[in-house]
Design a protein around this ligand. Structure first.
Ligand code: HAM
Length: 431
């Protein structure tokens, strides 16, 4: 038997309903904020990621799925969505009409990480990117949109943590300050932090190893060290977040694992997700478009981890109204009815009603049993008696009530009945 690859998951019904529901809500909110969907390839040239995410990041050093194609070109399964969207923005000269562009995307990403709760090798992100606005209002408004999505999904108990990482002028100065603080403690840092000590000492700040946490507890604060421009930017972000009633807390030790960020960075964490508790993250990346040979265009964005979001909804035992229509089942009795049913079923389905049937001409009893098992709200019964009077029986499976309607009226009557019943709820506890 061939099983799926470690860290690559199947997403099965009925859980797919939750995914669809979240995706629908996200699309609705993002479109309302002026974002349009962009679809970029799953595979890109390896250089796109190493140049943007950073050569010394965990993602580029050890997590990318990189292969040679048949012509020996190094290609990589995308580990994230920002770099491909930036590439598309430059390649199609989207900045030509107007440098301001807002995109969102949904899809799988790939990282060769050690799988554990909330961490997979193929995972899915819903992301959004804003180009061409360096104003802190764009940071705050994009965060407002993200938090709105969580609220709309009824997910409370999440925390938005923000930080500023300074810019290319002030961060090197902070890096020096941090290096001199850490210098005499270097040998006590974890192996990874020692290895990247000179190149990226900031990573020590959000290292999860207990030794590094203890050492950096009294490290100089980045927020005290950033330049006036970065300070003002950060103050404005906080001011506008407060104006839009978005709660946040400061986390001066949050560094992020991708090198392209400057100024505002953030994470949304949630209780109950275990050690992989970041359900969304992102920040500002002015300079990235230019570094990939585009015009000097600022950028800001985020990505939500879909698996973690779905896990959160399930853990909270939430009742999510899902858009699945109630099911109607048709029980067919006899050869004549079987043939008549073909056109009728086609008509009902193409009118938008969700209809299931049995294919094996079983007894009425076993067909009703199957309808019950599938959770059908109504059963249509078509037998020789009904055919002779050009009618069909509609049975309400909850109340047991039955009515006879003319065959040519069945779609209209079903629509009337279905309109009356509210959208079904899927209890996430049972998934
Ligand atoms: P990231 O922090 O690497 O940022 O990923 C964003 C989110 O994706 C994480 O917070 C997490 O929920 C989810 N995630 C990441 N890795 C995994 C994994 N192995 N398994 C399950 N979920 C995972 C980015 O990817 C940036 N591109 C975000 C961004 C957009 N910044 C600006 N624009």
């Amino acid at each position: 038997m061939i099983n799926s690859i470690r860290g690559f998951n199947d997403i099965l019904p009925p859980e797919t309903s939750i995914w669809q529901h979240i995706e629908k809500e996200a699309r609705e909110i993002f479109e309302a904020y002026g974002f349009s969907e962009i679809r970029v390839p799953i595979v890109e040239k390896t250089g796109l990621f190493s140049r943007s995410i950073g050569e010394t990041t965990d993602i580029v050093e050890k997590e990318m799925y990189t292969f040679e194609d048949r012509h020996g070109e190094a290609i990589t399964l995308r580990p994230e969505g920002t770099a491909p969207v930036v590439r598309a923005y430059i390649e199609h000269k989207i900045y030509g009409n107007d440098p301001v562009a807002k995109f969102y995307y949904l899809g799988p990403m790939f990282r060769y990480e050690r799988p554990q709760k909330g961490r997979f090798r193929q995972f899915h992100q819903i992301g959004a990117e804003v180009f061409g606005i360096d104003d802190p209002k764009a940071d705050a408004e994009t965060l407002e949109m993200l938090v709105c999505l969580f609220q709309k999904l009824g997910l409370e108990g999440i925390t938005l943590q923000i930080n500023s990482l300074g810019c290319k002028e002030c961060r090197p100065l902070y890096k020096e300050k941090l290096l001199s603080f850490l210098q005499d403690k270097k040998s006590q840092l974890c192996h990874d932090c020692q290895r990247r000590f000179e190149i990226n000492p900031l990573r020590t700040l959000d290292c999860k190893s207990p030794g590094c946490i203890e050492i950096t507890a009294h490290a100089p604060s980045i927020l005290d060290a950033v330049c006036d421009g970065c300070k003002t930017h950060f103050e404005k972000v906080k001011e506008y977040l407060a104006l839009s009633q978005v709660d946040f807390s400061l986390n001066q030790k949050m560094v992020r694992g991708l090198d392209y960020y400057i100024r505002t960075t953030f994470e949304i964490t949630a209780l109950g997700l275990g050690s992989q508790n970041a359900v969304a993250a992102g920040g500002r990346y002015d300079g990235l478009v230019k570094s990939l040979d585009g015009p000097d265009t600022p950028g800001f964005g985020f990505a939500i981890g879909m698996e973690r979001l779905v896990m959160l909804a399930k853990d909270r035992g939430q009742q999510l109204a899902v858009s699945n229509q109630p099911l109607v089942f048709i029980a067919i009795l006899g050869d004549k009815a079987e043939k008549e049913a073909v056109g009728l079923i086609k008509r009902i389905r193409t009118s938008g009603i969700r209809l299931e049937r049995d294919y094996s001409s079983k007894s009425i009893k076993s067909q009703m049993k199957r309808a019950d098992k599938l959770g059908a709200r109504y059963v249509l019964i078509l037998g020789d008696d009904e055919l002779s009077s050009c009618s069909i029986i509609i049975k309400n499976m909850q109340s047991g009530e039955q009515e006879k309607v003319a065959l040519d009226r069945v779609e209209d009557r079903m629509k009337e009945l279905l309109r009356k019943s509210a959208s079904i709820k899927i209890n996430l506890d049972i998934l």
